[in-house]
Write a protein that binds this ligand. Structure first.
Ligand code: COA
Length: 260
């Protein structure tokens, strides 16, 4: 698969997805959004990819937002459609049946923070800067920022970030739980990979179903959410992987999961 704005690489169970417009700090233009949708679709059923690591090309940016040159011409209806398409991408990532890890190597602003928040885990370089600066452009976040940021860090902090438009440091983001961990910039990809490798040792179906249970339950009343968990727990119990994982423990050996 060849993309204009993405670099894709598969290696030893991991899919590396790099947004590759370093001259524009990896800003998301429409074409890049379409390519990301396409790439996630292609890897969904790809058995060579057990987890995805997303990052940005170059040293400066993960993704410095939606492409402002495209935002400049939007009106009410094209703006709504633009937001919907970006939101669709974030939903695809959030509900992806394989873990998606953002390796944030610099600026993650606007759409960059929104993309990172849709990922299941976020590892930041010490140089990472996050933020939702849309109000500085007279806009608001449109790829889920007003919703996911509040869910991740609480309404008070989210409103501070969105209303001030200020950038948050990696250490502040870590203390809020917006980043899972922060590492020196030159260790970022290695640390993201180590985390991904720890995860992909586990049952692949279980990983996808754990993500599904959490996503489906989180915004519902606890009783309904627990019902969803019980239903999905039943599904996972019927898999070969569950039989293999439990048998391997009892037989004191390593499991060999096949994703079945
Ligand atoms: N959309 C389009 N182009 C962008 C961009 C974006 N979101 N972010 C950066 N770029 C472009 C710049 O226009 C510049 O292009 P040019 O060289 O053709 O002029 C190039 O990327 C480098 O950016 P520059 O601003 O020169 O780098 P910097 O180190 O001085 O500043 C930032 C870095 C991130 C602080 C600054 O680029 C910025 O504020 N970007 C916009 C962030 C934003 O508002 N994002 C939310 C959009 S909704």
């Amino acid at each position: 698969m060849e993309f204009k704005n993405l670099l894709l690489r598969k290696a030893d169970g991991l899919g590396w997805m790099t947004v590759n417009r370093p001259d524009k700090l990896n800003a998301l233009n429409r074409e890049t959004i379409e390519e990301l949708l396409e790439a996630f679709k292609a890897w969904r059923e790809d058995e060579e990819v057990l987890a995805v690591i997303m990052t940005g090309a170059g040293e400066k940016a993960f993704v410095a937002g939606a492409d402002i040159s495209e935002l400049a011409g939007l009106d009410e209806s094209s703006g709504r459609e633009y937001a919907r398409r970006g939101q669709e991408l974030t939903m695809v990532i959030e509900n992806y049946p394989k873990p998606v890890i953002a390796a944030i190597n610099g600026y993650a602003l606007g759409g960059g923070t929104e993309l990172a928040m849709a990922c299941h885990l976020r590892v930041g370089a010490e140089t990472a800067r996050l933020g939702q600066p849309e109000v500085k452009l007279g806009l608001i976040p449109g790829f889920g920022g007003t919703q996911r940021l509040a869910r991740l860090v609480g309404k008070g902090r989210a409103l501070e970030v969105i209303l001030s438009g200020r950038m948050i440091s990696a250490s502040e983001a870590l203390s809020w739980g917006l980043l899972n961990r922060v590492v020196p910039a030159d260790r970022l990809l290695a640390e993201a990979e180590a985390l991904a490798r720890e995860i992909i040792k586990n049952g692949p179906l279980a990983l996808g179903l754990a993500i599904e249970a959490m996503n489906r339950g989180l915004d519902r009343p606890l009783e309904e959410a627990l019902e969803i968990e019980a239903e999905i727990f039943g599904q996972v119990c019927a898999t070969e992987d569950a039989r293999e994982g439990t048998a391997a423990f009892l037989e004191k050996r390593q499991p060999r999961f096949r994703g079945q």
